[in-house]
Design a protein. Sequence first.
Length: 168
Amino acid sequence: MFILLAAGVAQFRHRFFMMLVLGLLATNYLFSNGDYYRFFQKEDWSNPAGYVARYVEKDDLILFNSNMVRIPFEYYFEYWVDLYDIQVQKSGIPLDLFESGILEPKMTEEDIPGLISLLHGHDRVWLVYSHNDYTDPDGLIPQTLAAQMKLLRSRDFYGVQVQLYGTP
């Protein structure tokens, strides 16, 4: 596209008119890119990681409904793990990224027994919930957790929801 614009501008006979058009195109290009990067709101992963780190207890289980959720969460969570020596178990559901290699597996009814078996031995379970339109469109993960445990905390961040479940 830039080549076509350059070829069109090169056809102008008056140098002043050519410079004016190039200046307008460059200004438009710079401001449109600047606005995109300045005003585009990204998913907030730093605050959810800090929130979980603040309230997490030893041997809590952290579940991720998508492996694409786990990667950015762990990037920010590792700082708190190193700082406070946090000891938790983490797992993706229905499949774990490091065991399956699948980025966004879809949660189905057949995966519910596996989710319930993950809960055994944990009094508190954190759910980091995002991208659920792809991975859990029916809301099976929070429904299953709510049937097995009590919802203790829930907090919404931009693009991410964090829920804490505990045994009654």
